[in-house]
Write a protein that binds this ligand. Structure first.
Ligand SMILES: *[C@@H]1O[C@H](CO)[C@@H](O)[C@H](O)[C@H]1NC(C)=O
Ligand SMILES: *[C@@H]1O[C@H](CO)[C@@H](O)[C@H](O)[C@H]1NC(C)=O
Ligand SMILES: *[C@@H]1O[C@H](CO)[C@@H](O)[C@H](O)[C@H]1NC(C)=O
Ligand SMILES: *[C@@H]1O[C@H](CO)[C@@H](O)[C@H](O)[C@H]1NC(C)=O
Length: 395
């Protein structure tokens, strides 16, 4: 009963996790003039969201910054190419102008008491527009990414004080002084301290590559090739290898889900879907161990077939997904090369062991058949054939 309950509990936890990450979401926002943005990110402060289209060919982005605000207040969104926070921010201010329609001013901020006036920013702005509708102000702009860099510091702000008809000052507490961080227009990731996210990316990459990408193939090699030489030790090695791979793998998978939920506007569909399939298959594989029929049970052959099939599928999908992950996280080339080298080595080892195993098995078969025994040696590699049941009944 407990074995049934724990997967159910995990499933429930996961469902809550998913629904929470979907709850506060920018994806449902729509825009005037049938503007469409391919990516978005809900910002954690001031009920705001940033939507954008990134054009790598010319290093520009179209953005829509939307924030909750009354028609008598102002909102601002800025990139800060040189620093964090307010000083150095290149800002777009949106507010109701003196003639009653929305005005948008561009101001570079170099002091804590800036004068908001319409000027130039130190990157090119191709177009700008502000809009007020139903309690939300929206800034639309097309701009050149400073230095053609997709990871930029952003700052956003809101206030209600004006002086001479232009925004002046905002609250100096709470969300108003925490509304800044970095944004990656390529991956969609935002963070208020870039390093913690990078740390999580690295953790996800390392945990996943080691567990799904290295330990699991080693576990499979153990099962397939040690059987002939080390019976029953192979079984315990195999179980130990796959169980630790599963535990570490689920930890890596969890950090992956967290990373995904933080960039709700950008989803790597195939990487995410393969990841979810992998988790399900591996979970089934681990719990199937408990349902394994006895060695001489007539259904044992079906269980074996299923176990091989799912096992190999997990390994193939894992390797595919790890390469997809390399493309997404884009770590230094050395990491990908190191992984390729490890997988190639494991593949080489498997090939050599395959050959050695066949030689050993055929020799044994020879010997056995000269002994006029009917044992089928080759069968011993593939299934738990007679040879094993003789040697080790329990496994
Ligand atoms: C940048 O490129 C996109 C297409 O990739 C195009 O739609 C857009 O007009 C270009 N912007 C500028 C400012 O040239
Ligand atoms: C900006 O960077 C992208 C990718 O790094 C590159 O493909 C593109 O040519 C660059 N654009 C400009 C205008 O430098
Ligand atoms: C209102 O003022 C803005 C500048 O603040 C100007 O761009 C716009 O054309 C004006 N609209 C009307 C209807 O005068
Ligand atoms: C951009 O403008 C800010 C002030 O608005 C200034 O401090 C900074 O040096 C400028 N950067 C460049 C690269 O011109």
């Amino acid at each position: 009963m407990t074995t049934l309950k724990s997967p159910l509990l995990i499933l429930l936890l996961l469902l809550t996790f998913f629904s929470q990450s979907l709850a506060e979401n920018c994806l449902s926002d729509t825009f005037s003039d049938s503007r469409v943005f391919s990516s978005c990110n809900s910002l954690s402060r001031l009920s705001a969201a940033i939507h954008w289209n990134y054009h790598p060919s010319n290093g520009t982005i179209d953005i829509a910054y939307r924030a909750s605000q009354s028609s008598t207040g102002w909102v601002a969104w800025a990139l800060n190419p040189t620093s964090h926070g307010m000083i150095g921010a290149q800002a777009f201010f949106a507010f109701t102008g003196s003639n009653g329609s929305m005005a948008i001013y561009l101001t570079g901020i170099s002091s804590y008491a800036p004068v908001v006036q319409d000027g130039n920013l130190n990157f090119t702005v191709y177009s700008k527009e502000a809009e007020y509708s139903n309690g939300y102000m929206t800034i639309y702009a097309t701009l050149e990414l400073p230095g053609n860099s997709t990871t930029v510091n952003q700052v956003w702000e809101a206030g209600t004080s004006f002086s001479n008809g232009v925004p002046s000052g905002h609250a100096l507490t709470g969300d108003n002084i925490l509304s800044y961080g970095s944004i990656d227009f390529l991956s969609g990731a935002t963070s208020s301290s870039g390093s913690s996210r990078q740390h999580r990316k690295n953790t996800h990459g390392v945990l996943s590559a080691v567990s799904w990408g290295i330990l699991m193939p080693i576990g499979a090699i153990t099962a397939r090739y040690l059987k002939v030489f080390a019976n029953p030790a192979w079984f315990y090695l195999h179980v130990a290898c796959q169980c630790s791979a599963y535990i570490v793998g689920v930890a890596g998978w969890g950090t992956g889900l967290k990373l995904g939920s933080e960039s709700s506007g950008v989803t790597y569909h195939s990487h995410r879907n393969i990841g979810i399939i992998l988790f399900c298959l591996a979970t089934v594989q681990v719990f199937a161990l408990l349902l394994r029929p006895n060695k001489d049970h007539k259904y044992r052959i079906y269980w074996n077939a299923y176990h091989y099939l799912v096992g190999y599928a997990v390994i193939v999908l894992s390797i595919i997904n790890i390469f997809k992950g390399f493309d997404i996280l884009d770590p230094a080339k050395g990491w990908k090369n190191a992984y390729i080298a490890i997988i190639a080595t494991l593949g080489g080892i498997a090939l050599v062991l395959e050959a050695v195993t066949w030689v050993v098995v055929l020799k044994r078969k020879d010997r056995i058949s000269t002994d006029k025994s009917s044992l089928n040696g080759a069968n011993a590699i593939h299934s738990n054939g007679n040879m094993q049941s003789q040697n080790h009944q329990g496994v």
